[in-house]
Design a protein around this ligand. Structure first.
Ligand code: AHR
Length: 502
C-alpha cells in the first residue's frame, strides 16, 4: 500500500496566522443578503429582519471580518444611497448583476448585523465610476466621531459611535473587462494612490488594499499588478487578488489539483512584491489580501444573462457544492496557511446562498453544504503558528498538472500548546496511510481529536430534506514512538489534533 510520510519539527516555524485570515465576503448579489442574512417577516427574523437561524450557522465560523459591499457590485455603488431613512433610499438598476437594488440593507444595517455576529467590516469604496472625494466622505461617515457633515449625518441616522472600520478596499477587479469602469494598472494605481492618501488624511489609522489581478489567468497578469503597485506602493498596505477554481470539465483528479495554481500564484506575487520594492528602493512592504476565493462552477455558464433582469434578489450563482468541493476547498485553505507569511487577509467568497456553503429557502429553512465544514475547521483550529512540513507523498499526473501529491497537508501549532494537522487525501479510490514523524514533541503529545469529512460518492451533498448526508465523523489517529499514524479515507478532509501532555 502506498504511504505518505511527513516530518513536523516544532522549530521549523513559518509565521503566525493573522486574525484577518479567517474572514468572508458579503455582497448584495442574488440572495446573499436578501433572503439570506436578512429576511424581514421570516419566522426566525429578529426585529431588524436578521435571520437568527442563518446567524446560528454563521456564528460558529468565528469570522474576523466580512468584506462589503463588493465585488462587482461596488463599481456603481453610491454609498450614500444605502444610509438614512429606508423610505427615502433610491431603488437602482444594479448593472453588475442586472437586478433591482432597493438599498433597504446598507452600511448601517451591515454594521448592526456584524455586531450581532461579532465580526468586523472590510469596506470597499468605488473608484471605478466615482472618485477620491466620495471615498473620503465614506471614511468620514463611518469613522469620524462627529462634528463634521458626514459624521454628524451618521449620528442623525441613529449611530452616535463611529463604526471605526480599519480595512478599506480601493475598488474591485479593475482589470476585468466585465467591470464597469475597467482601467489600466497605471491609471488605476495613480487614482488609488491619491484616494488612499486622502482617505488616510481623514483617518490615519486605516489600512488600504490595492486591487490587483482578478485571477492568475488574466492576460494582463502580472503587468497590471506591477503597474498599479509601481504607482501606489508607498500609500497602500495590501494587494487584493482573487482565485476561484471549478470542475466545469467534470475531471475531478484535475480539479483536486487546482490549489497548486493558487500556490503558484502566491509564490509569483511574492516575487512581484520583491521586484517592485527593489525598483522603488523602498522599506515598505505589501501583503496579499486574498479577499475572494472559493470553488465556483457557474462562473463561465453566464447564468445571469439567462434569467429575467431587473428583479429583486433572484437566486443567482447557487452552486450545489459536494464532497469533492469540500476537498478542493480544503486544499485551498491549506495553501493559504502555507503562505501565511505573505497572505494576511483571506475572505471566503461568499457567505450565504450565492457561491456559498450556507443555503436558505425564502420563508423556509437553512442548511450547510459539505465545504462549510472545511472552512469551519480551518477557522476553529487554524489559528496559531504555521509549521513548515517535509512531505513525501505518492503522486499522480492529471490533465493540467504533473506530480500532484495525493497528500496535501499543513501543521499549525495552536496557542493552547496543541498541534493541528489539516490533511486532504486527493485519491478518489485509495486509503492513504499517513505517518508523521514528530520532532521536538516526543513523548509529550497525544491525539486529542481526529475529524474526518468523507463520503463514498464524490458528488454527495446536503439538502433541506437531508441536511446531514455529508457531515464530519470521528476518525482514528495514534502516536507510537514519536510517530503519529492515521489512515486517510479516499477523497477526504482530515483534521488531526494533538494535545500537549505537559
Ligand atoms: O463573488 C462574485 C464576483 O466574483 C464578485 O462580485 C467579483 O469581484 C468576482 O468576479
Amino acid at each position: 500500500m502506498k504511504t505518505a510520510r511527513m516530518i513536523i519539527d516544532r522549530d521549523y516555524t513559518l509565521a503566525r496566522t493573522e486574525e484577518t485570515l479567517f474572514s468572508s465576503f458579503v455582497e448584495p448579489l442574488g440572495r446573499c443578503i436578501y433572503g439570506g442574512l436578512y429576511e424581514p417577516g421570516h419566522p426566525s427574523a429578529d426585529e431588524k429582519g436578521f435571520r437568527r437561524d442563518v446567524l446560528s450557522l454563521i456564528k460558529p465560523l468565528n469570522l474576523t471580518m466580512n468584506r462589503f459591499p463588493g465585488g462587482n457590485y461596488t463599481s456603481t455603488f453610491r454609498w450614500e444611497d444605502s444610509v438614512g431613512p429606508k423610505e427615502n433610499r433610491p431603488r437602482r438598476a444594479e448593472v453588475a448583476w442586472q437586478c433591482i437594488e432597493t438599498n433597504e440593507f446598507g452600511i448601517n444595517e451591515f454594521a448592526d448585523w456584524s455586531r450581532l455576529n461579532g465580526s468586523d467590516v472590510m469596506m470597499t469604496v468605488n473608484l471605478a465610476t466615482r472618485g477620491v472625494l466620495e471615498a473620503m466622505d465614506c471614511v468620514e461617515y463611518c469613522n469620524l466621531e462627529g462634528g463634521t457633515y458626514w459624521s454628524d449625518l451618521r449620528r442623525s441616522h441613529g449611530y452616535p459611535a463611529p463604526h471605526g472600520y480599519r480595512y478599506w478596499c480601493l475598488s474591485n477587479e479593475i482589470d476585468g473587462p466585465w467591470q464597469v469602469g475597467q482601467n489600466s494598472g497605471a491609471a488605476y494605481g495613480h487614482l488609488a494612490r491619491e484616494a488612499s492618501k486622502a482617505m488616510k488624511l481623514v483617518d490615519p489609522t486605516i489600512k488600504t488594499v490595492l486591487a490587483g489581478s482578478s485571477n492568475p489567468e488574466m492576460p494582463t497578469y502580472p503587468d497590471f499588478d506591477v503597474a498599479a503597485m509601481d504607482e501606489a506602493w508607498e500609500q497602500v498596505d495590501y494587494l487584493s487578488v482573487h482565485h476561484y477554481i471549478s470542475n466545469l470539465k467534470g475531471d475531478t483528479p484535475n480539479y483536486l489539483a487546482k490549489a497548486l495554481s493558487t500556490d503558484l500564484f502566491f509564490r509569483q506575487l511574492g516575487g512581484l512584491f520583491a521586484y517592485v520594492k527593489a525598483r522603488k528602493r523602498s522599506n515598505h512592504d505589501l501583503y496579499i489580501s486574498f479577499d475572494e476565493y472559493n470553488t465556483w462552477h457557474t462562473v463561465s455558464g453566464n447564468e445571469r444573462m439567462e434569467k429575467p433582469r431587473w428583479t429583486i434578489a433572484p437566486p443567482l450563482l447557487e452552486d450545489i457544492y459536494t464532497m469533492e468541493d469540500a476537498a478542493a476547498l480544503g486544499s485551498m485553505l491549506i495553501t493559504i496557511l502555507c503562505h501565511c507569511d505573505l497572505v494576511k487577509i483571506a475572505c471566503l467568497s461568499e457567505l450565504c446562498n450565492c457561491i456559498s456553503h450556507i443555503r436558505t429557502r425564502n420563508g423556509g429553512g437553512c442548511w450547510v453544504l459539505p465545504p462549510y465544514y472545511a472552512f469551519l475547521h480551518f477557522s476553529r483550529y487554524g489559528r496559531g503558528t504555521v509549521l513548515i512540513p517535509r512531505i513525501d507523498s505518492p503522486k499522480y499526473d492529471s490533465r493540467d498538472y504533473a506530480d500532484v501529491p495525493w497528500l496535501d497537508a499543513v501543521p499549525v501549532l495552536n496557542d493552547d500548546g496543541g498541534v493541528t494537522v489539516f490533511a486532504v487525501n486527493r485519491s478518489l479510490t485509495e486509503t492513504l496511510p499517513l505517518r508523521i514523524e514528530l520532532r521536538g514533541f516526543e513523548g509529550r503529545y497525544a491525539p486529542d481529536e481526529c475529524i474526518v469529512l468523507s463520503h463514498s460518492d464524490p458528488k454527495a451533498t446536503n439538502t433541506e430534506e437531508n441536511p446531514e448526508n455529508v457531515k464530519p465523523h470521528a476518525g482514528k489517529a495514534a502516536v507510537e514512538g514519536g510517530m503519529l499514524c492515521a489512515d486517510l479515507a479516499p477523497l477526504s478532509w482530515n483534521v488531526i489534533r494533538l494535545k500537549s501532555g505537559k
